[in-house]
Design a binder for this molecule. Structure first.
Ligand SMILES: [Zn+2]
Length: 302
């Protein structure tokens, strides 16, 4: 590929910047990425812990059944146990089910991970759950929200700089507004590349943890059918854009990178454990909530 002088110049500047500033390694791509204003892992952990109570409140709170919470956390910790130390760093992972009927899962910076009861009950096996949690762990490990914060700060400085150069007093004001936006960027929409990276990492982690990676295909089908036509609110595809070839890409990765897992009973789904610890707990978990929702529906229908 022939590079223009401009692109050569830009890449030289980025290479020089990578020498001068700390470029971060992205475990999903294996490449170094220029993100000069990225919060440290410690700062990401603080941001996530600070945001967690408000996030939980807005998501209907934690479900109260300890069997379900402990089980989901134990599956998450089985994933965490296989993350290579250079990827795991000092992130502090936790896994929580929130009492929200939407179909989604979320990762706050630094490690708090959430799955809604709406999504949890659409799944069929422990391996399905492991893939969802592994995908969210992938967003944290690849530091996607932190990278976006860095980009926002770069933009903020550019706008402030441009404003100053132009003698525009509004420039500083715009930068302040952008700063406010960056401060609230815990729940970002991810880009297609970020989704693919989280899928790749999630797949790697569940195979390392001994789960059947075919679960990733099952999960994609569940998400597609459960949220088809829905892009409103906080449903999965509103915050996780769907690359057209996502399912195909997962299939290809399994064939190419994990052929040892195909038709190999050593890689488990743990269907029965999921059934016992989640599905059979369901009436107990959200019985009162469901009754209340049904009551509301009947009142609204009157
Ligand atoms: Zn995602």
């Amino acid at each position: 590929m022939k590079c223009s002088k401009l692109s050569l110049c830009v890449s030289t500047v980025i290479a020089a910047a990578c020498v001068l500033f700390a470029c971060t390694h992205n475990p999903a791509t294996g490449k170094k990425e220029f993100a000069p204003f990225m919060p440290s892992t410690g700062q990401q952990v603080s941001l996530g812990l600070k945001a967690a109570p408000e996030f939980e409140r807005q998501s209907g709170g934690r479900i109260t059944n300890p069997v379900v919470q402990n089980y989901v956390n134990s599956v998450g910790q089985r994933i965490v146990a296989v993350i290579p130390p250079n990827e795991r760093r000092d992130f502090r992972f936790s896994f929580t089910v929130v009492n929200d009927k939407i179909i989604n899962a979320f990762a706050l910076p630094g490690g708090p991970i959430y799955i809604t009861r709406g999504l949890l009950y659409k799944l069929e096996t422990e391996a399905d759950l492991a893939f969802i949690l592994g995908h969210e762990v992938g967003h944290v490990v690849a530091q996607h929200s932190a990278r976006q914060m860095s980009k926002q700060t770069e933009m903020q400085l550019l706008i402030a700089g441009a404003g100053m150069l132009a003698g525009d007093s509004q420039g500083g004001q715009t930068a302040v507004e952008l700063g406010k936006f960056a401060g609230g960027m815990y729940l970002l929409k991810y880009g297609r590349d970020e989704e693919s990276q989280a899928d790749t990492l999630g797949l790697k982690y569940i195979v390392s943890a001994g789960y059947d990676p075919q679960a990733s295909i099952a999960v994609m089908k569940v998400l597609q059918s459960a949220t088809s036509g829905s892009s409103k609110g906080n449903d999965w595809f509103a915050t996780h854009p769907n690359p057209g070839n996502r399912l195909e890409s997962l299939n290809n990765q399994i064939r190419r990178n994990y052929p040892q897992t195909i038709n190999n009973p050593k890689f488990v789904t743990n269907r029965e454990a999921f059934s016992q610890n989640v599905l059979r707990q369901r009436a107990e978990v959200d019985g009162p909530v469901r009754q209340f929702e049904e009551l509301l529906v009947s009142i609204n229908a009157d």
